[in-house]
Write a protein that binds this ligand. Structure first.
Ligand code: PNS
Length: 158
């Protein structure tokens, strides 16, 4: 069984993440979306809220499971008997930090590979941080996140 762990903050999930999840679900037997539970990062949405939104967004994809984790990603990957960390790459600017993390994770466990998927060009500018900033300042993010995420953003900032 090829199981990939797709980790992130997902604060909140965007169409960019969903695009990667959808395409990865055709490459791997199982995809675990792993939400980092890290209160020190002061996320806008609680872990439960983020899990809820991801479950809703991926409910039609059968081989996807949604979970949260704390601590080292590589320990979580091992615990889940997975062999792949999946990451999305938007632009060259993502590459340097992603390379560092991939190499560090390989040093921690050389049996786990990091696989990068290129984000579709229509989402290459998209990030959760930008979505939050634009929503907070009253801009329209309707085309960038699912409707229920849009509604929750509106509530947070109303
Ligand atoms: O969506 P993000 O915030 O860019 O995701 C970053 C994430 C969660 C993938 C990264 O911070 C992570 O793996 N954190 C877990 C702690 C860990 O393993 N750190 C060492 C990474 S080499």
């Amino acid at each position: 069984m090829k199981t990939a762990v797709y980790p992130g903050s997902f604060d909140p999930i965007t169409y960019g993440h969903i695009d990667i999840i959808d395409r990865a679900s055709r490459l791997f037997d199982n995809v675990i979306i792993a939400v980092l539970n890290n209160p020190s990062k002061a996320p806008l949405f609680t872990t439960e809220e983020r899990l809820d939104m991801i479950r809703e967004a991926t409910s039609e994809i059968k081989n996807v499971r949604v979970d949260s984790f704390s601590g080292l990603l590589i320990d979580y990957v091992e615990q889940e008997n997975a062999n792949t960390v999946l990451k999305g790459l938007r632009a060259v600017s993502d590459f340097e930090y992603e390379l560092q993390m991939a190499l560090m994770n390989r040093k921690l466990n050389r049996n786990v590979e990091t696989v990068f998927m290129m984000t579709s060009s229509r989402y290459s500018f998209l990030s959760s941080s930008l979505v939050k900033e634009v929503a907070r300042l009253g801009g329209c993010v309707k085309d960038l996140v699912p409707d229920y995420v849009f509604d929750r953003l509106l509530k947070k900032y109303s």
